[in-house]
Every structure is written in structure tokens, then in C-alpha cells.
Ligand binder design. Structure first.
Ligand code: NAD
Ligand code: UDP
Length: 313
């Protein structure tokens, strides 16, 4: 039998793909989730596997279970969801990290934090390298998430220095793919759902802001590669994402073309503190474990469009 692995936030979008992959590698997986944004449907196909266990638990409360590895993903990731209860979002990041680090220390488990490109805020360095400290508004609407994730990184590195915890920190850039929530407001799911319904495509601002989108299957490969690497200096932080950068207007046009929709593009107000551009420099993770994304945007979008069509249209 493989390892005993805890995945917090395992019923969410990324977590569900990660649980599936870890089970395929013959591990025992314990998925811990409070179902705030996660769904049982995301892990329904795994429920019959005797090596999979689903536990309803909120990571703001302590949790006790033996594990060899912990992937800490619990935290709402879309701006609509994390701004719904901003105090709870910060608690989830900070207390969740604290509780899982305590567990890792107790059982000498290796622990990986799903951090985010949002630690760079609205970046003044482009593409973003790991040594950039970022440009975050500490009192803005996104701060509950950004500062929560920054504090979690601080805790991870303090546990590493103070208690020699075996940590891995990954800064994840925008991810997309099957199992994204239908209506959590993230751009890829929004545009696809609008296009499949032949509704207006809502571009915020002038649509010239950029993001770099990584397909979820590439992402979970990279997460597991970093977790399983025994090398020295594997604490990170490592950027993980696809450096192919695209403007939101071009993304809207691409999705209209790929779906054959009759949708029109309409412009809406840009949300506060919306980063102007974002693109990861991924040399560090490539040098460490040889990971780089393989799935291009069109191929990943095709699979994602197919998923939304099958599930909801
Ligand atoms: P998601 O919202 O689909 O998944 C988050 C999961 O955490 C959900 O299942 C939710 O129910 C669970 N959760 C939330 N609060 C919890 C709590 N207090 N206790 C227990 N479970 C809780 O989001 P996702 O896109 O799958 O993101 C997963 C992780 O990756 C998050 O930590 C997010 O910050 C990080 N991340 C995601 C992206 C992205 O583009 N999707 C980018 C950067 C970082
Ligand atoms: N966006 C948009 N239309 C939408 C949803 C989002 O133009 O219907 C824009 C949003 O303003 C941002 C980008 O798409 O500039 C990515 O937004 P998302 O919420 O997916 O991720 P994040 O801003 O956290 O990177």
C-alpha cells in the first residue's frame, strides 16, 4: 500500500483532481472538507474506492489523524466566494495552516501549502519570480484572501525554521478545468457558461488585463512532483502555472469561437484591486523537479467546455 495522505479542501475543484490522482498512485486518501465551495459530486466517482475516505470537517477547528503527507488546499479560491465572509476566509487560511502544521509536526508528515499568485497582489514585476515580495493592498477587498495566504506562508516557514517541519509551498497561478463551480464568478467558467447559453459575455474593465491559465491536470502533476521530491531545498516557494499569458478580451473571443456561440461581448465595471497582469516565471520548479505544463489553452478549454456541456446544458 502507498502512503496515507490527507487532502484538505479535497472536494473542491483542484482537490478533487488531486484526490483522484493520489488514489491512482495507490495511496490511501483522506479528504477533509466543510463543503463551503466543494461538492460531493466532485468526488462521487471516488466514493466506491476502499482507499478513499471523506470527512466533513472545518479546518478552523483542530483535527487529529495520522498521515504521511498533508496537502493543505482548504480555502475558497474565487473572489465571489472568498469575499462572501472575509473574516472566515482569513481564519480558514491562518487557523487551517496552523492546525495542519501542528498535525504535520506531531506525525512528522510532509506538508504542502496551496498558496497563490495573489501573494504578489497587483505585481510591479513581470513575469513574477519567487523573490518578488509583491504589491498587496492590506485593507482592500481581496486582502482577506491575499493576506491570509501570505500569513499561512509565514507560518509554514516558521514551522520549518523553528520545528524543522518538512514543508513545501506552491504559489498556484490561475487554474481551470472540469469540476470548476458553475457560478463562482471565475472568468473561464463564467465565459464558458455564458457562451453555451448564448448570453452576453461579461468582460470586466477594458479586457486588456492578463492572466496565465494552467489546466488542472498539469497542475496536480506538478503538485505531486514537488511533494514527492526528496531533494534538498524543496521548501519553495515555487511558482506553478502555465506562463502562456492572454488578455481577458482575447479569452472571451476564443471561447465564443470555440463554442460557436452567438454571444456578444459586453463591458462591465472592473472589480477593486483587480491585478493588471499576471504571468508566472516557472524556472525554479522546472529546475527542481523538471515540471512544466503540457496542455495548451485550446486543448484544455475544449475539455472544460465539454465538461460544462455534459453536466449543465
Ligand atoms: P475551491 O473553492 O473549489 O476548493 C476549496 C475547497 O476548500 C472546497 O472544497 C471548500 O469546501 C473547502 N473549504 C473551504 N473552507 C474550508 C474550511 N474552513 N474547512 C474545510 N474545508 C474548507 O477552490 P480551488 O480552486 O480548488 O482551490 C484550492 C486551493 O488552491 C485553495 O487553497 C486556493 O487558494 C488555491 N489556489 C487556487 C487557484 C485557482 O486558480 N483555482 C489559484 C491559486 C491558488
Ligand atoms: N473577469 C471578467 N469577466 C468575468 C469574470 C472575471 O472579465 O465574468 C476578469 C476579472 O476581472 C479578472 C480576470 O477575469 O481580471 C480573472 O478573474 P478571476 O476571478 O477568474 O481570477 P483572479 O482575478 O482571481 O485572477
Amino acid at each position: 500500500m502507498g502512503k496515507r495522505i490527507l487532502v484538505t479542501g479535497g472536494a473542491g475543484f483542484i482537490g478533487s483532481h488531486l484526490c483522484k490522482k493520489l488514489l491512482e498512485q495507490k495511496n490511501q486518501v483522506i479528504c477533509v472538507d466543510n463543503f463551503f465551495t466543494g461538492r460531493k459530486e466532485n468526488v462521487a466517482a471516488l466514493m466506491g474506492n476502499p482507499h478513499f475516505q471523506l470527512v466533513r470537517h472545518d479546518v478552523t477547528e483542530p483535527f487529529y489523524m495520522e498521515a504521511d503527507q498533508i496537502y493543505n488546499l482548504a480555502c475558497p479560491a474565487s473572489p465571489i466566494h472568498y469575499q462572501h465572509d472575509p473574516i472566515k476566509t482569513t481564519k480558514t487560511s491562518v487557523l487551517g495552516a496552523l492546525h495542519m502544521l501542528g498535525l504535520a509536526k506531531e506525525h512528522q508528515a510532509r506538508i504542502l501549502q496551496a498558496s497563490t499568485s495573489e501573494v504578489y497582489g497587483d505585481p510591479k514585476v513581470h513575469p513574477q519570480t519567487e523573490d518578488y515580495y509583491g504589491n498587496v493592498n492590506p485593507i482592500g477587498l481581496r486582502a482577506c484572501y491575499d493576506e491570509g495566504k501570505r500569513a499561512a506562508e509565514t507560518l509554514f516557514f516558521n514551522y520549518y525554521r523553528q520545528h524543522q517541519a518538512d514543508i513545501r509551498v506552491l504559489r498556484i497561478f490561475n487554474v481551470y478545468g472540469p469540476n470548476m463551480c458553475l457560478n463562482d464568478g471565475r472568468v473561464v467558467s463564467n465565459f464558458i457558461v455564458q457562451a453555451l447559453g448564448n448570453q452576453d459575455i461579461t468582460v470586466y474593465g477594458d479586457g486588456m488585463q492578463t492572466r496565465s491559465f494552467c489546466f488542472v491536470k498539469d497542475l496536480v502533476e506538478g503538485m505531486a512532483a514537488v511533494m514527492d521530491c526528496e531533494g534538498e531545498n524543496m521548501q519553495g516557494p515555487f511558482n506553478i502555472g502555465n506562463p502562456a499569458e492572454i488578455s481577458m478580451l482575447s479569452l472571451a473571443e476564443k471561447i465564443i469561437e470555440m463554442t460557436g456561440a452567438s454571444s456578444k461581448i459586453v463591458y462591465k465595471e472592473l472589480p477593486a484591486d483587480d491585478p493588471v497582469k499576471r504571468k508566472p516565471d516557472i524556472r525554479k520548479i522546472k529546475d527542481a523537479v523538471g515540471w512544466e505544463p503540457k496542455v495548451g489553452l485550446e486543448q484544455g478549454l475544449e475539455e472544460t467546455i465539454w465538461y460544462f456541456k455534459r453536466e449543465f446544458f
